[in-house]
Design a protein around this ligand. Structure first.
Ligand code: BG6
Length: 464
């Protein structure tokens, strides 16, 4: 048994969940910066502008902006070969639609990449990770085609600036969240399916054009798509449940189909026609979709769902949990997410069978409450979770022959949760001493899992 020699081991974060410094060096506001603190079962309020009496977790986060050297050194100590990070669009284009980029914002990412190079850590850049500039609201955000142009200007700056230094890119984080969490995904609030599908179309088009551009600027660039890992089992072998599950998966997987195959699948076209939704396709778009297919598939994997006759429409909520069914065979995390390591193997097979493209797991982990005692955190529950998932990942490689490029565990350093904004939902190998309201020393501590992961990487997965 074993992982490929060049397997990309590492961790993944997003700018808005770790950087803080939300107004420093000319940064503008993003959709994440107006999301208040929520809780398990309590939705995050969106205020559209900063209100004095609200608390916004992204404003300080874990202050990675000022701690990046220390944090990257810790990643290096674990032996990371890759670090997945996003570049906050609003540091580079504060309002999203400027002609010229903000040099100070770019300089920050230059410094990060310098630091990664120092330790031979390969950057994997998510161009847009739930950080649409808030000022683009004036256009209706992604529902307006003009945002495609602004996104491409941003992407072009990055591809040119980091040519030869960055080889791996993801165009959009969890692109299928436009169906489940449209504000987070792209500053869309409407429940109207035609608006969501128009915004999704614009993102898919922007992604395809970005892939073409990335390849043109540097033929060494590898550009991937990123799917929010929604995978469902039918509630029973009742064909009604099976068909409902197929419908559910179609609503999610069409995003991947477009990005990997280069066209809208037949089932989606039929559905849009039934709903009387006409996509704003312009001349040349279909060629762009076709020519802008991705080089690899990536996704986040946390849990699986059960769907069936009762599941109506699309699930709502980040990693949407409310399908109307429970899985009696699986335990759950403290935040109610099922724990299903075998589902990881199942999903790897599903996507590899479907696209025959290299796959990368770019998020996986356990959000849990940790106790810091005398500078130590004994997080055996996290080690067990990750161990079980890595064992299934290894089976997918060894037993099923899935071409898995790498694994970036989510939140190698504690950061704020996207769904709730909480700090206490911790994923990290590194503990950050800060609470839900930003109180604390911000000091970093290595958890037990830090040493475990270090050994996993050192042995290229032999020690899981
Ligand atoms: C994914 C997102 O949906 O799940 C991340 O890409 C997010 O941004 C992660 O943090 C885990 O979700 P949460 O809500 O526990 O942070």
């Amino acid at each position: 048994m074993g992982f490929p020699k060049d397997f990309l081991w590492g961790g993944a974060t997003a700018a808005n969940q770790c950087e803080g410094a939300y107004q420093e060096d000319g940064k503008g506001l993003s959709t994440a910066d107006v999301m208040c603190l929520g809780a398990h079962g309590v939705k995050r309020k969106i205020t559209k502008q900063i209100e004095e009496n609200e608390y916004y977790p992204s404003h300080k986060a874990i202050d990675f902006y000022h701690h990046y050297k220390e944090d990257i050194a810790l990643f290096a100590e674990m032996g990371f070969r890759v670090y997945r990070m996003s570049i906050n669009w609003t540091r580079i284009f504060p309002n999203g639609d400027e002609e010229q980029p903000n040099e100070k914002g770019l300089a920050f990412y230059d410094r990060i990449i310098d630091e990664l190079e120092k330790y031979h850590i390969e950057p994997l850049i998510t161009i847009s990770h739930f950080e649409t500039p808030l000022a683009l609201q004036k256009y209706g955000s992604w529902a307006n085609r003009i945002v495609v142009k602004h996104y491409l200007r941003f992407a072009e700056i990055l591809f040119k600036r980091y040519k030869g230094r960055v080889h791996y890119w993801l165009t959009f984080n969890e692109i299928n969240c436009m169906s489940t969490q449209p504000w987070v995904s792209g500053g869309i609030e409407s429940d109207d399916e035609s608006i969501r599908m128009t915004a999704a179309y614009h993102q898919l088009l922007a992604s395809a054009k970005a892939v073409i551009m990335a390849h043109h600027i540097d033929s060494e660039n590898k550009v991937g798509m990123m799917y929010a890992g929604h995978f469902a089992y039918p509630n029973s072998c009742n064909p009604n449940d099976v068909i409902a599950t197929m419908d559910f998966m179609h609503k999610m997987l069409f995003y991947c189909d477009v990005q990997c195959r280069g066209y809208y699948p037949a089932y989606k076209k039929q559905e849009l026609q039934r709903l009387n939704i006409k996509l704003p396709i312009m001349q040349g778009d279909l060629d762009d979709l076709k020519n802008g297919t991705v080089d690899f598939v990536s996704y986040s994997y946390y849990c699986t769902h059960v769907t069936g006759e009762k599941t109506k429409g699309i699930m709502k909520g980040m990693n949407g949990l409310d399908t109307g069914y429970k899985n009696q065979f699986l335990p759950k995390s403290d935040w109610g997410w099922t724990i299903d390591p075998q589902g990881l193997r199942y999903s790897l097979n599903l996507l590899y069978d479907r696209y025959q493209l290299p796959v990368m797991i770019v998020e996986n982990g356990l959000g849990a409450i940790d106790q810091l005692e005398k500078g130590e955190v004994h997080d055996d529950y996290r080690i067990s979770y990750l161990k079980a998932h890595l064992k299934e990942l290894e089976k997918a490689i060894m037993l099923d022959g899935v071409d898995v490029m790498g694994y970036t565990m989510w939140g190698p350093i504690d950061l704020i949760a996207a769904s709730t904004g909480e700090m206490k939902k911790r994923y990290g190998f590194i503990y950050v001493d800060v609470d839900d309201y930003g109180n604390g020393t911000y000091q970093r501590y290595k958890k037990d899992s830090f040493y475990w992961y270090q050994k996993v990487i050192q042995t290229n997965g032999e020690y899981i």
